[in-house]
Design a protein around this ligand. Structure first.
Ligand code: HT7
Ligand code: ZN
Length: 883
């Protein structure tokens, strides 16, 4: 396969001004007629007219009114090249597409009888031959024709300018997008759909039409998406002064989708998972996910669509920035500081759980990658989540006002253009008169930096010196790293637990949190007038995506957990206490030693659990132990079985010692009455259900019955699934005594929700991640009538969930988990290479496991690598893993 390099970027040989498209929609053969007006880009080194095309049949090609003979162009599986084209060109292209055979969910495809498109990153070339690259922006007019009964709804980008009936029961709709856009933002939807619609008044007084389109029968699940859309529109006006530029904004839900959603101009297409919700079928987490994804796609309208990427290496320009915006949106919407902090901690957890391992594995790449084989493999947590952290660091360094100035200048300079990450950084620097040259390394260097802190207090001089040093592990192709520009937010806490005022030597400003700018490999920061012993609170609000090393004592951590005014560091102190114990216990399990948990830890958690001044949502976060994946990442050689045993021991012991406190927390956080997904209620449910999950770890008949009763009487999906999960996932679930009840409850759940695909996904996931579920049971579930490999949500709910979230079973000593993985990757590769490549990533960390596992994992990887007709998507992932 061919590797594409960022350094090889060449501007397009031709610009496109207008694109007119006519679609005659038939599942087996959709006919597409495209007229493109183009003009030569005299500044480009590319002299040929290059069009990309894939898996489509070329029926006709005319240039400036003349049919082109085959000898006038070259055509291979990927491109059509016209040499010696004149400077002004009108191309007329006719293509045919077999949408019903398209199982890749890229390009034009059929789902449940309806037509959808997915053009990012390179799907438009599966519709017609085109300079399908994001720096080519053009105006589109689209005519859709189709059978009126089968496809009563015909949608595309922009405004509906005409519609009417045709012969033979067909009808048409003509759409015009008033904004220039790259081809990856093109979309059409055609089919039997219904919508919830509302008129919405913008701040300026202009009225816009908002629509949420779903399949019939789902209109009772669209209100939250609509509310989230309205909140997003208002938030972007208020926080960034950005108005919706269209008169009509549509969201369409489909159950067949490779990712979460897609920001096509004015016609966002969503995975049903991020649209459909009511209290019967969706959990608090689902509601929060919908809010953030609806926000994310809407915010792309400015960060991505109005200002887009010059090339796909710049993907984080739009994705990192838009994730930052959606994170801020959700934080702001909660409406209080603790709520914001809870959201921040949740986001950091995702980063650590998913991105840190990526940055340490074979697919490690910079936020702005230097090369790729398949761009779809680079829609990663590094580009998205670490990219968002990089944007957040500007925010931390420049402050609220400074960041806004940078954003304003960015839009002023680049609206309507395709630009780079450097352009964004330059706008931030110029708007604030700051030198951000070194900051560029956050884009160019892969790997998670380590920051080591060392503190010394001089009571006589009343100075407190914090020595910070940084390093970054080598990653593929990057042996040596240069120092990053790292904002390290620091506070100092006295014995009473109070923040003390901080003044740096040589500075006059006094504050309780200081942003230290670490730019060298090593730097010392001296705080003056410190008249007491203090505990440092370092990396407040997780001010940089780094691993902080500081040798805290247990007592210091307990002190921070009890008092730190920074909620992130407060939570972090609890996580450090828990991680330290988990690692010691894993080692004890491996040596066959007796296991025990100390009183300091138990009491620290008890205190947090019972602290009525703390938000329930925050207490739940503190009580949630580092995951098995996180513990594995801390170990040189990960041992999934010992990790599972150790973590379960901590849970069971806490349950034993905190039983009364947990029962009290359970009772205190009931949320009777009408369900509401607001943060306060969701936080209470989270703590209550966390308490329940602990309680069943040290069960008596009463506690297991408590879970069973909650399941039976639950009035919302959050409580119902939490009860079911508690029953299935606790260590006592291994007891034969409960197996009958578990089976009954699972069967009941299936029957109750058989017609709700998203709930059945949950049913599969609960089983896939249960400690009792082994490979054979997964295979049995794959035979279930409701399982299908070709629906990405369903494949993710069972196969991905097992491979990624049930490490103790997936890493079975006999290699059966790996064998299952390779079979599934190979099967998916034929259907949907993008999804197959995502599953391939489950083996990324194979060199971290014991030798015996490594051998089996390597063999499984080699088996996939040797498969005939392997897509470049999968090939890139497994080749890098084996390198
Ligand atoms: N920008 C969207 C990316 C996306 C995508 C990429 C590759 C293949 C399928 C895809 N579906 C959506 C989603 C987003 O970040 O908003
Ligand atoms: Zn995005």
């Amino acid at each position: 396969p061919v590797t594409i390099y960022r350094k090889d970027y060449v501007a397009p040989g031709f610009w496109v001004d207008t694109v007119e498209m006519g679609f005659d929609l038939h599942p087996q053969r959709t006919h597409v007629a495209t007229r493109i007006t183009m003009r030569r880009n005299h500044d480009s080194a590319e002299k040929d007219l290059v069009l990309f095309g894939e898996d489509i049949k070329l029926l006709q090609l005319r240039m400036n009114g003349v049919n082109l003979k085959k000898s006038a162009y070259s055509l291979n599986k990927e491109r059509l090249v016209i040499s010696n084209a004149p400077d002004q060109v009108t191309l007329e292209i006719e293509t045919a597409i077999a949408a019903d055979k398209n199982t890749t969910m890229s390009g034009l495809y059929v789902s449940n009888g309806n037509f959808f498109t997915q053009c990012e990153a390179e799907g438009f070339r599966k519709i017609t031959y085109f300079p399908d690259r994001p720096d080519v922006m053009a105006s589109y007019t689209v005519m859709l024709r189709g059978d009126k009964k089968l496809y009563p709804v015909l949608l595309s980008n922009g405004n509906l300018i005409e519609q009417g009936d045709l012969d033979d029961g067909r009808h048409y709709a003509k759409w015009e997008d008033p904004f220039k856009k790259p081809s990856y933002l093109f979309a059409l939807v055609a089919g039997k759909l219904v919508c919830q619609e509302e008129k919405y008044k913008l701040k300026s007084g202009r009225q816009v039409l908002l629509q949420v389109w779903v399949e019939e029968g789902n209109l009772d699940k669209t209100q939250h998406a609509m509310d989230s859309l309205k909140n997003s529109i208002r938030w972007d006006e208020e926080r960034f002064g950005l108005e919706l530029d269209l008169d009509r904004f549509m969201i369409v839900a489909t159950s067949d989708f490779n990712m979460g959603a897609m920001e096509n101009k004015g016609l966002n297409i969503f995975n049903t998972k991020y649209v459909l919700a009511n209290s019967r079928v969706a959990t608090d987490t689902d509601y929060a996910g919908i809010e953030s994804v609806v926000g994310h796609e809407y915010f792309h309208n400015w960060t991505g669509n109005r200002v887009t990427c010059r090339d796909w290496f710049q993907l984080s320009l739009k994705e990192g920035l838009t994730v930052f915006r959606d994170q801020e949106f959700s934080g702001d919407l909660v409406g209080n500081e603790t709520g914001r902090a809870v959201k921040r901690i949740e986001d950091v957890r995702v980063l650590r759980q998913l991105q840190f391992p990526e940055d340490a594995g074979p697919m490690a790449h910079p936020v702005r990658p230097d090369s790729f084989v398949e761009i779809n493999n680079f829609y990663t947590v590094t580009v998205y989540e670490k990219g968002s952290e990089v944007v957040r660091m500007y925010y931390t360094l420049l402050g609220h006002e400074g960041f806004r100035k940078g954003m304003d200048l960015y839009f002023q300079r680049h609206d309507g253009h395709a630009v780079t990450c450097d352009d964004f950084r330059t706008a931030m620097a110029d708007a604030n008169g700051r030198d951000l040259k070194q900051f560029e390394r956050w884009y160019s260097q892969a790997g998670t930096p380590h920051v080591k802190a060392h503190a010394s207090y001089d009571a006589n001089a009343k100075t407190y010196t914090l020595n910070l040093s940084q390093s970054c592990p080598k990653t593929a192709g990057q042996a040596k790293k240069l120092p990053f520009h790292i904002p390290v937010a620091v506070g100092l806490i006295d014995a009473e637990g109070n923040d003390i005022p901080l003044q740096l030597q040589g500075e006059s400003a006094i504050a309780t949190t200081k942003i230290l700018e670490l730019k060298e490999a090593q730097q010392s920061f001296v705080f003056i007038n410190i008249d007491r012993e203090v505990t440092p609170s370092i990396l407040r609000n997780f001010s940089a995506p780094v691993i902080l090393e500081y040798d805290y004592s247990d007592e210091q951590l307990a002190h921070l957990l009890a008092h730190d005014s920074d909620p992130f560091c407060r939570w972090e102190a609890g996580q450090r206490l828990a991680m330290r114990r988990s690692l010691n216990l894993v080692s004890a399990v491996q040596k066959g030693e007796a296991l025990s948990l100390d009183d300091l830890f138990i009491q620290a958690l008890r205190k947090t659990l019972n602290d009525q001044h703390l938000d329930p949502a925050f207490r739940e976060l503190v009580l949630t132990l580092p995951s098995e994946v996180m513990i594995a990442e801390e170990m040189a050689i990960a041992d999934p079985h010992s990790i599972h045993t150790a973590r379960q021991f901590v849970r069971t012991t806490l349950a034993q010692h905190l039983k009364a406190d947990l029962l009290q927390a359970y009772q205190d956080n009931l949320t009777p009455g009408k369900y509401s997904p607001d943060a306060q209620s969701a936080g209470k449910r989270a703590l209550k259900n966390c308490a329940l999950a602990y309680l069943v770890e040290w069960p008596d008949a009463a506690t297991y019955a408590l879970a069973h009763t909650q399941y039976q009487e639950a009035e919302n999906m959050t409580d119902r699934i939490a009860a079911l999960s508690a029953m299935l996932h606790c260590s006592s679930a291994l007891d034969k005594a409960h197996s009958k009840t578990r089976k009954q409850v699972l069967a009941h759940f299936y029957k109750e929700f058989e017609s709700e695909a998203l709930v059945i996904d949950k049913w599969f996931t609960l089983q896939a991640t249960a400690p009792t579920t082994d490979v054979e049971q997964v295979r049995a579930l794959m035979q279930h009538k409701a399982f299908s490999m070709s629906n990405p949500n369903r494949a993710r709910s069972l196969i991905f969930a097992f491979c990624n979230a049930n490490p103790a079973r997936f890493h079975a000593a006999d290699g059966s988990g790996y064998a299952l993985w390779s079979e599934c990757v190979i099967a998916l590769n034929k259907l949907n290479p993008q999804v197959a490549a995502r599953l391939s990533r489950s083996m990324d960390r194979w060199t971290k496991y014991p030798k015996a596992n490594q051998a089996l994992m390597k063999a499984a990887l080699q088996k996939v690598a040797a498969t005939k007709k392997l897509s470049k998507d999968v090939l890139e992932v497994v080749t890098k893993a084996l390198a």
